[in-house]
Design a protein around this ligand. Structure first.
Ligand code: FE
Length: 132
C-alpha cells in the first residue's frame, strides 16, 4: 500500500473544516449527528481523507453509541492503533494506515468473536454502496 503524506496546508485545502478538525486534529463529532451511524446499506466504508478501504458493511452493527461501529477492519493492516492518553483517559486511537488520519477509537466491548468495537467518526468515512 502506498502511503499518502500531505502537508498540513494541503490537508486544510483538501478537507472541509469539519473533516479537517476530526481527521487531522483528532476531533470527535457529536454522537447521533453523523450521516453513517444509522446506515444499513451493503458496501464499503473508505477513508474520507484518502479513499483507502477501511471497513465493510458486513462487520457494522448497532452499538447504540451514535457513531458507526464495526467489529473489525476490512482487512489486516487497513488501520493503525495507538495508545491515546488525552482527555484523562487511556484509549486506543484508530488511524488510517495509508494517510495517518484520525478515525476514532477501538474498545474491548464489542459483540464479535474478537470482542472489539471500532467506534469511528462518520465524518472520517465515505460510503461506497455495492449491489447485494
Ligand atoms: Fe486515509
Amino acid at each position: 500500500m502506498d502511503k499518502l503524506e500531505l502537508t498540513d496546508a494541503e490537508w486544510r485545502e483538501r478537507l472541509s473544516p469539519e473533516r479537517y478538525q476530526i481527521l487531522r486534529q483528532a476531533g470527535t463529532e457529536r454522537a447521533f449527528t453523523g450521516k453513517l451511524y444509522d446506515n444499513h446499506e451493503t458496501g464499503e466504508y473508505v477513508c474520507a481523507a484518502c479513499g483507502a478501504e477501511l471497513f465493510d458493511s458486513g462487520t457494522k452493527y448497532d452499538s447504540g453509541s451514535g457513531w458507526p461501529s464495526f467489529t473489525e477492519p476490512a482487512k489486516d493492516g487497513a488501520v493503525d492503533e495507538h495508545v491515546d492518553r488525552s482527555h484523562g483517559m487511556t484509549r486506543t486511537e484508530v488511524t488510517c494506515a495509508r494517510c495517518g488520519s484520525h478515525l476514532g477509537h477501538v474498545f474491548p466491548d464489542g459483540p464479535g468473536a474478537n470482542g472489539l468495537r471500532y467506534c469511528i467518526n462518520s465524518a472520517s468515512l465515505d460510503f461506497a454502496p455495492k449491489a447485494d
